[in-house]
Design a protein around this ligand. Sequence first.
Ligand code: AMP
Length: 396
Amino acid sequence: MKILVLNCGSSSLKYQLVDMQTEQALAKGLVERIGIENSRIVHQKGEGEKVTIEQDIPNHQVAVQLAIDALLHTGHGVITDVKEISAAGHRVVHGGENFSQAAIVTDEVKKAIAECSSLAPLHNPANLVGIEACEKILDVKQVVVFDTAFHQTMPEKAFMYALPYGLYEKYKVRRYGFHGTSHKYVSVQAAALLGKPIADLKLISCHLGNGASVCAINAGKCIDTSMGLTPLEGLIMGTRTGDMDPAAVTFVMEKEKLSPAGMDDLMNKTSGVHGVSGVSSDFRDLEQAATDGNERAKLALDMYAYRVAKYIGAYTAAMNGVDAIIFTAGVGENGASTRKDICEYLGYLGVSINDERNGKRGIEIDISADNAKTRVVVIPTNEELTIARETLQLIK
Ligand code: AMP
């Protein structure tokens, strides 16, 4: 069975065709600049060469059709008939309080996704457009998998903000958390790598990519996570502030005469390690700059590791212990020195890493020293596979 996984942004579409027998991606691609000039599709069959086709792509329906045409192509395609696609699984960013798991697309489900748009105005409308484009082209069941769903097991004490309660009742202002698909996937893989049932494990998963979040997972369930109402709360990120005094927001707005939208932009796009260092949001550039003696790049890296370590301490307290810490996503999977910097704060938990194992890349690996009490593992994330697995489960 083959499942098409789709991730629609406002002007982009990522796709992957997953073979559920092998759980491998047969082909994947990215349609970029939908509705704007210079649009194109970049398609890759297996691990083969990338093929780029530049053409006018006025809307998401054309984008979905192009992706399917690429999958059917005699040269770089991987199927001969569109009927080989058994179902489509869509990533949806915000499911609000309505979805604690994936769902088959119905009119009610679409309405509920639309209702969450005010909480994710950049993402949910684009996700819906992708679903509707797909409905017009493919005659298969469609499933939606939410970034927020895994975090719906958080208890009230973890998800509420200490604002007047009426604001929660009126607007559902609360913490939701994101990257749920990734945290879920890596926690399942980590338990398998450690050879223990997930029900017996207290795990702290660190998804450190361009966006970054930490998640406390007790017996396979999320009990707390660092992102909140939006993906701005928590860790310092590439260009996002993460936690800070809320009063700093109004202070800076007044001083800099910024509108709410202007302040939102500043906190999301020009802050984080980029804002502090003035160098880059990319950790490879930051590490190089720090090695070359750039003090602000070093400061940004120090602040970053310190914040992650503080969250790990907090979540160890929340779970009354931790058995393993998981690193995943761009920085978590590749940034050996960032992992080391974080772990250096955690000796009190019985964390100790083996430098040689920490230097390995691209595999699932336990990087702890042999005698370490708390294990540290690196698990390459695979959100597309999780979406495909959940889609399969629902259509069965
Ligand atoms: P993601 O959002 O998961 O794709 O992560 C993207 C980020 O991963 C980039 O912005 C880089 O900061 C980081 N990254 C990628 N490769 C490396 C590397 N070799 N070392 C350190 N960081 C890396």
